[in-house]
Design a protein around this ligand. Sequence first.
Ligand code: ATR
Length: 278
Amino acid sequence: MILSGKAKLAGVLGWPVGHSRSPRLHGYWLDRLGIDGAYVPLPVRPEDFASVFRALPKMGFAGANVTVPHKEQALILADEVEPLAKRIGAVNTLVVREDGSILGLNTDAFGFMQNLLETHPASLGTLNRPAVVLGAGGAARAVIAALVDAGVPEIRLVNRSLERAEKLAADIGGPIRVQEWDWLDLAGAGLLVNTTSLGMSGQPPLDIDLSDLPQDAVVNDIVYVPLLTDLLLRAQARGNPVVDGLGMLLWQAVRGFSLWFGQQPEVTADLRDFVLKS
Ligand code: ATR
């Protein structure tokens, strides 16, 4: 690690933040690219977020990532917010500009789509069919914005809380059809994405019947612990192409890194292995 008094600084603001893989991910790129810089975990309680946010330029930070539970507050506090982040309703990347003002971005939508297309280039062909999205939380908002922008003709949205799904559909707009869990319609779909925490280690499994899902539909779980969730294993067993959630994390990080540290990092198989080992 190269670290001089002129090192560029970035980090991840979250509470708690100990589980975050971002320091390992950015640390890998800094190391491989020989950059004089550091990316550190920044555990910040919700009540302290605004003051820490305002201190970032004063402390010489080039920027930061923002994770749970601060993404909505970052949207409010940023001096300028990119239109996509406004639409999603959350900021996950901060860039400190020359004049000390803070720009808020959301790179999750890009991360989701890039992961899909890099893992299965053929996914592009399935985006002209309906997509089914499970969940209506922060991650779902980014996924759905990406699907709307990719021109997906119909997005069937299912969530435990119907009200939250309806709010998401109204906020983001586009061809979103809110459905009830019991009426989950997988027929004719080209893509199924799980954005809920179901299937994550320590959470209940995601219990859905895949029998109506076309066999060429791509199945993506944004959960990456475990890497192959029960949903992905069941989809794989019936012949569907599957995409795990780790790539979304890796790809969403690319833009922030290049803006803070001035070099374009690469997402490689070696990086995946390295991040997984943490
Ligand atoms: P994230 O930022 O990762 O999207 P979130 O905003 O907390 O996290 O959203 C979690 C998602 O998982 C939501 O869609 C949530 O459903 P509700 O909106 O009804 O809360 C869903 N989820 C979490 N636990 C669930 C459970 N036991 N059954 C069904 N859905 C669940």
